[in-house]
Design a protein. Structure first.
Length: 230
């Protein structure tokens, strides 16, 4: 048995592995949420610790053979990754552009900035971003390209419009009714290099990403950046 300290107890600063365990397995919601916030504050490092600590359970969830209620695991992964269905993609998303720019400078990679209606970490974001979560980001080849070649960022331009349908028998259905989105490719200073507008099939999306990344690489460090892009 694990003796979990209470939320107010004076304890040594927990390790990332300890936080990753507590984010899902701590017995109280207060302790779990505190661990989740701490992991999120550590950025990709905290996300990697959570994904590694619960790798077997996440794999089972992806493959549809998770036993029991996955709500705690799904909530922790979604909150730390910044993406609804984060277990399916394994991606980490910045929501602060300045932090994404700092990561881009450190890694030498361009930023892929998703701008859309609603929030990527909520179920009822715009229709386009739900498509991205289900079809694009969960695709292993797309996820690998995003993870290895870009720093990921998203922002919400405004709430996604919703419609409520009264089924007439006490049931109500709530759905978003539109989708508007664009994946902007930015340099480390946040300046646009290219834009991928709307919906793509996975293979086409990867091809578009490769073209945008090649453009970013060819113009990186150029004294005449605008002329290079032109």
């Amino acid at each position: 048995a694990v003796a979990w300290p209470s939320a107010g107890a004076a304890t040594a600063t927990p390790t990332l592995e300890g936080l990753a365990e507590r984010a899902v397995d701590a017995p109280t919601e207060v302790d779990r949420e505190a661990a989740i916030r701490a992991l999120r504050s550590r950025g990709p490092e905290g996300h990697a610790a959570l994904m590694q600590r619960h790798a077997a359970a996440i794999r089972a969830l992806r493959e549809g053979r998770f036993e029991g209620d996955p709500a705690r695991l799904r909530h922790a992964v979604d909150a730390v990754s910044g993406q609804r269905d984060g277990h399916a993609s394994g991606l980490y998303w910045h929501t602060d552009l300045a932090a994404a720019q700092q990561a881009a400078r450190a890694s030498g990679r361009p930023i892929l900035s998703l701008r859309r209606l609603g929030r990527l970490d909520e179920e009822l974001s715009c229709a386009n971003s739900r498509f991205f979560r289900i079809v694009l980001y969960s695709d292993p080849a797309v996820a690998r390209a995003l993870r290895e070649q870009f720093v990921l960022h998203w922002s919400s331009e405004r709430p996604a419009p919703r419609i409520e349908i009264d089924m007439g028998d006490g049931r109500r259905m709530i759905r978003t009714i539109t989708g508007n989105s664009a994946h902007y490719v930015l340099d480390a200073d946040g300046r646009p290099i290219d834009v991928l507008v709307g919906l793509y099939a996975p293979d086409h999306f990867r091809a578009a990403l490769a073209g945008a990344r090649a453009l970013a690489e060819s113009c990186r460090g150029s004294d005449e950046r605008d002329a290079c892009l032109a």
